[in-house]
Design a protein around this ligand. Structure first.
Ligand code: SAH
Length: 352
């Protein structure tokens, strides 16, 4: 849903100013799925909007619901790129995990999206449309979306302009009205994006996927570390902190015998005390199985790791992600066979 294209239609037609508000309300509050539902608008305007700014550009594919109430939706862009969106229930609060790209270029060893390769970046409208789908689905359960996390497919900081434009739309008090602090952007450590984010006035939450406390291991798990090693990354986070005074959320995936030794917990604490003193929170994450040859940490090892962080006074929480029974959990988003499907479409004759 390209809201700006809809506003352009209004401007072109010289529509009165109050139409802007009607359009915005129809899309972000009434959650229309088709312009014909926007009955405050005259019929010819609805037709013009439907032609230039369709409410639904993404094609909804499979929907899967997990035992814990998580719903995963699979979409395809109009030009055939797959993506996934996950709606999570935390009591009566719902959160949605959005994709910023179809696939991902960063190829982290533990992540299914990385294994799928990169398709293309999504537009602000394609990101907004995922939120609108989630809001409608939550509404069907009598709930509202409280939090948005950019933790679906893709590296949001490699698509920063569109992601920020989306955040502005989601945050607009006259529209969806989500607090900036309720929107989290998660990055694998794309340093120029961290600096660009630090320069923003919008008070977004920043999460950094760290996963290893030294370069040798981080490079093995996350190839992006070759381009932006820990020294560069930590320096960027320090600049971000200095510029925004905001807390940085550090994500640390616990991989059995790989990054879960107590010495590694100590290294992690050293790094954080040095670069983000009193300014971070560690989210420890259970590894969700993918095709990678890795395993979730043994609970005893997790306990010892956490004891070290506690002793070193690093605030931390351990979370188990939702929806793993339907491959909707962190790192499990990948559309199997999507590349084949796309290749097949490219070679198919164009419809007459
Ligand atoms: N590219 C961004 C956002 C997407 S990943 C980033 O890297 O932050 C969202 C989170 O899920 C990241 O912290 C990522 O490292 C984590 N993740 C990836 N694969 C996972 C897996 N198999 N199990 C649990 N978490 C995983």
């Amino acid at each position: 849903m390209d809201l700006e294209a809809a506003y352009a239609v209004l401007a072109e037609r010289g529509a009165p100013a109050y139409r802007v508000e009607q359009v915005r309300h129809a899309v972000t509050r009434d959650l229309i799925v088709d312009w014909d539902e926007a009955t405050t608008l005259p019929k010819d305007l609805r037709n013009a909007l439907a032609a230039a700014a369709p409410v639904r550009e993404l094609v909804l594919g499979d929907l899967q619901e997990s035992a814990d109430g998580t719903v995963k939706a699979r979409f395809e862009t109009a030009d055939g790129f797959p993506l996934e969106t996950v709606l999570m229930r935390h009591g009566d609060r719902h959160a949605v995990c959005l994709s910023s790209q179809s696939g991902c270029a960063l190829a982290c060893a533990f992540c299914a999206t990385g294994a799928m390769g990169f398709g293309r970046s999504l537009t602000r409208g394609e990101i907004l449309e995922q939120l609108l789908w989630a809001a409608r689905t939550a509404q069907g359960r009598g709930a509202r979306i409280r939090n948005v996390v950019m933790m679906g497919m893709g590296e949001p900081l490699q698509n920063l302009a569109e992601v920020l434009a989306f955040c502005g739309l989601a945050n607009d008090p006259e529209g969806f009205g989500l607090g900036a602090r309720s929107i989290a952007i998660s990055t694998a450590g794309w340093v120029p994006g961290i600096d660009a984010l630090a320069a923003q006035t919008l008070q977004l939450k920043l999460a950094i996927s760290l996963h290893a406390p030294d370069d040798a291991l981080r490079e093995r798990l996350m190839p992006v570390n070759r381009r932006y090693p820990l020294a560069d990354l930590m320096a960027a986070l320090k600049r971000y902190r200095a510029a925004t005074r905001r807390r940085v959320y550090v994500e640390y995936l616990l991989l059995d015998q790989v990054n879960d030794r107590t010495e590694q917990a100590d290294r992690l604490a050293d790094l954080l005390h040095e670069h983000l003193p009193g300014a971070c929170h560690v989210n420890l994450i259970w590894y969700n199985p993918t095709a990678a040859d890795l395993e979730a940490s043994d609970p005893d090892r997790v306990r010892r790791f956490r004891e070290v962080l506690d002793r070193r006074r690093i605030p931390q929480t351990l979370r188990r992600s939702k929806g793993s029974d339907i491959d909707a959990a962190c790192g499990q988003l990948a559309v199997r066979g999507a590349r084949e499907a796309r290749a097949a479409r490219r070679t198919a004759p164009e419809p007459a």
